[in-house]
Design a protein around this ligand. Structure first.
Ligand SMILES: Cc1cc2nc3c(=O)[nH]c(=O)nc-3n(C[C@H](O)[C@H](O)[C@H](O)COP(=O)(O)OP(=O)(O)OC[C@H]3O[C@@H](n4cnc5c(N)ncnc54)[C@H](O)[C@@H]3O)c2cc1C
Length: 270
């Protein structure tokens, strides 16, 4: 195993440009889980980003919250302004693993890992977050809801790194994050939803309901301007149009479909 440990983001970008196969490491809470069994992973070169000070922490800046690629869930939880302005970020952060994971795991790592059951991604998506991707060639902002191209696949070039996540400061009529797991803590979502409503316009993000965390445009349209649903079953055609849950080790497609419709209906009816 070879490790490159840059001190600046410019050095990190140069290392990634020189060898696009190097694997960025933030908290390592996803990357190292399979380490004991994954012999091929030991032959790879890792780009340890933990010494890059520019990536740490979060700040409010010109109408947005800027979350550095090194910022952890704990950074959000210990920032009272962030907890107050973005209660869904705090709600998700509190439900990721336990304190050990919350203090090491990063929002950027959650995005790049691309799990359909992630907790950080849906709340960021519900807040309209954008991801700043940077390489030695330049930088670009990609809306998080356009970032994923497939199961654990991101529309990022091989030489790009996430530098920061940008969350617009808006006022909301309603903000909710619901996670259904095997237990209340230390659990991966069987199904979940992050929902925001601003000026009557709904944003509904589905968790563990498709190959990626994704928005539900048909549901959003129905809830924003359609007839009010009188029961969760009224939402099922829209759910079927937007997502395609699977049977897997954590749950069944039928359970996910029905519970997701009930979660969204309960939010709409609240
Ligand atoms: C016990 C345990 C419990 C967990 N519970 C939850 C949970 O409840 N909910 C949940 O969502 N997740 C959970 N996780 C998964 C994990 O903690 C999160 O996904 C976390 O956010 C990953 O962040 P990290 O910094 O550790 O990422 P890492 O493991 O360092 O990296 C993850 C991926 O991101 C890439 N990456 C990292 N930084 C960058 C960058 N700047 N640019 C481009 N790519 C980058 C890496 O190459 C890798 O592919 C759990 C993990 C463990 C071990």
């Amino acid at each position: 195993m070879k490790v490159i440990r840059p001190w600046t983001f410019a050095e990190a970008l140069a290392a990634k440009a020189a060898d696009t196969e190097v694997v960025p490491v933030a908290g390592g809470t996803d990357l190292w889980v399979h380490w004991p069994q994954n012999l091929a992973a030991r032959a790879r070169t890792y780009l340890d980003l933990t010494a890059v000070g520019e990536l740490r922490g979060l700040r409010f800046d010109e109408g947005e919250l800027v979350i550095g690629a090194g910022a952890t869930y704990w950074d959000v939880l210990r920032d009272p302004a962030c907890v107050e302005r973005f209660p869904l970020l705090a709600a998700a952060a509190r439900q990721v693993g336990a304190v050990q994971i919350q203090t090491r795991g990063t929002w950027a790592g959650n995005i790049a890992n691309g799990s359909p059951a992630a907790d950080g991604v849906p709340v960021l998506m519900a807040y309209g977050a954008e991801v700043l991707l940077v390489s030695t060639r330049g930088e670009r902002r990609v809306p998080l809801d356009e970032l994923y191209t497939g199961y654990r696949e991101m529309a990022a070039a091989p030489d790009e790194l996430i530098r920061s996540i940008h969350v617009p400061l808006r006022s909301y009529d309603l903000e909710r994050f619901e996670k259904v797991g095997a237990r209340r803590a230390q659990t991966i979502a069987k199904v979940g939803a992050a929902v925001t409503v601003a000026g009557g316009t709904w944003c509904v993000v589905a968790v563990s309901m498709a190959p990626t965390v994704r928005r539900c445009p048909t549901l959003e349209e129905l809830l924003s301007s359609g007839p009010a649903p009188v029961g969760p079953d009224d939402l099922l055609p829209a759910v079927d149009a937007d997502v395609s849950p699977i049977d897997d080790i954590r749950s069944t497609a039928a359970y996910r479909r029905n519970v997701f419709a009930r979660i969204v209906y309960a939010i709409a009816d609240s």
